[in-house]
Each structure stands twice: as C-alpha cells, then as structure tokens.
Design a binder for this molecule. Structure first.
Ligand code: ZN
Length: 275
C-alpha cells in the first residue's frame, strides 16, 4: 500500500511533469474506480481543463484542474498512477486514461480495483477526506499538539497510528518503522506509554517519514508506479537481524497484515482481551 513517503514523491514527480498540461479527452476503460460526486458527466469535469496543482493530504493525492474541478485519488492497496506516451499499449487493469494534449497519458492502474478517483468541484464531498487527522508531516503539527491529539485515543498504538484519525498518511509498513525507531512495542496500549515515549513517538514519526522521502526521491527518480521498500529497517524483514541489536526480527500476523518488530529493542507482551 502506498503510504505518505511514496505518495509525496509521486506528488513531486507529477507536479513537475503534469502541472500545466491540459486534458484532451478522458477515456473511462472501466468505471469501477471512478466516483463523480456532482451531477455532471466525468468528461465535462476534466476535458479541456489544465492540471494546475497537485497536493497531498494523508493518503490522498488532490489534482486541481482549471475551472474548479478536483480529482481526489486514493490509491488504497494497489492503485498506481503513471505518465506514458499516448500510443503505449493499454494494460489490463488500466481503468482511467487522461489523454493529454502534449502526447502523453496519465493512467490510473489498479490490480485490486480497490482505489478510488473522485471527481468533484468541492473537496468537502470526498468521503474520508475531511474526517481524517492532520497530515503526519503537517508543519502545524508540533510535538505539543501531537501529544494533545494523542491523549483521547485508546487501544494499541500501532492501530492508532494507521487508522488515520490521529494523523494521516501512515500505513502498516511505516507504522512498524516508526515504532522501531521509537523503541515501542507495537501492541502497547496508548495509555501505557509514558510522556517520554509519546514524545519519542512523535520524533520518530517525523524523522522516519522525512528520511524515507529522501531515500525514495533518489530511488524512484521519475517513476511513479514502483514500490521501493527494501531499505526499511524492520518491515518485511522477519527473521533477518535487527539493525540495532542483531537479534532476529519478529513477525505477528493479524489477518493479511504482518507486524514486524524487534522483541529486544521494543520489549512488550502481546495481551489480548480484557485489556
Ligand atoms: Zn533489536
């Protein structure tokens, strides 16, 4: 699943390459990911309009088009955006093709078909966008305001980080990385964290995400449909030596989600039920 660092680099690349380009024609190969939130045809909302800006809020990419249209994209588990020459063969699971006047396409591709592309003239209509917390790298989110926001949350700290109500943009992979950097066991209850641990969590969140953006900027270059995760410290590294202490990294699976951590560097006990 693309998370904040991946999406930030995609935003930067498309900001350089897409802004200023005009949509000649929208081709809806299959409408499964498309949601038009105003009573207009999708084509009317985008054709003849230029991309003016690309913003990111949590896991949403917000494409501002001239005339007041927004395309709000949530890639969910497996969605991808890529720019390619218009004549390039359309792949299976390419759902939306924005044909641009300059001879390129912006294509939305999604092997799982779980992502969404919302077209609207009011971002307040986009489901999930206004309910989520501030972006995890929002400059206005200071350490003090983070601690203040964290206080009412109950339950396990990893779940709180990934659900998006506290802060937006963190998913399964980067939650593991942040908790490793902070030395916090992922299944600790929020209420059991000391003030020092909560501060460490904030600092780890800002540092891990910022550093990942730097790495991905280098590694992704101009390519927006790759997922680079091999540089992570613990996520996806079950059984490999912990980069801090050398002991093997643990994995706990809950449904489809794996949590990776180091039992030595992030001490704790899995407690279920009753607590
Ligand atoms: Zn360790």
């Amino acid at each position: 699943m693309p998370e904040l660092p991946d999406l930030e680099v995609i935003r930067e690349v498309l900001g350089r390459r897409l802004v200023g380009q005009t949509v000649e024609r929208l081709e809806v190969v299959r409408p499964i990911v498309l949601r038009v939130l105003v009573p207009r045809a999708a084509e009317d909302l985008v054709e003849g309009r230029a991309f003016e800006c690309i913003e990111r809020r949590g896991k949403f990419l917000l494409f501002g088009l001239s005339g007041g249209t927004w395309a709000a994209v949530n890639l969910m588990l497996a969605g991808e955006l890529r720019l390619c020459p218009t004549p390039e063969r359309v792949r299976a699971r390419d759902y939306l093709l924005f044909h641009l006047r300059g001879g390129e396409d912006l294509r939305y591709h999604d092997p799982r078909a779980m992502g969404k592309v919302y077209l609207t003239d009011a971002l307040g209509l986009v489901p999930g966008l206004s309910e989520m917390g501030p972006d995890a790298l929002d400059p206005a989110l200071t350490e003090e305001s983070f601690l203040e926001r964290l206080r009412p949350f109950q339950g396990e700290i990893k779940g709180i980080l990934t659900r998006g109500a506290l802060v937006a943009g963190i998913g399964n992979a980067y939650a593991d990385e942040i908790l490793f950097a902070a030395g916090i066991y992922p299944f600790r209850k929020r209420a059991s964290l000391s003030a020092e641990e909560q501060r460490a969590l904030y600092r780890a969140m800002r540092q891990v995400l910022s550093e990942a953006i730097s790495v991905l900027r280098e590694r992704m270059g101009e390519v927006t449909d790759v997922k680079v995760r091999d540089f992570l410290q613990v996520h996806g590294k079950a059984g490999q030596p912990c980069p801090r202490c050398g002991r093997p990294i643990s994995e706990i699976k809950q449904g489809q989600r794996a949590t990776n951590f180091c039992r030595h560097c992030q001490p704790g006990t899995l407690l279920r039920g009753g607590l």
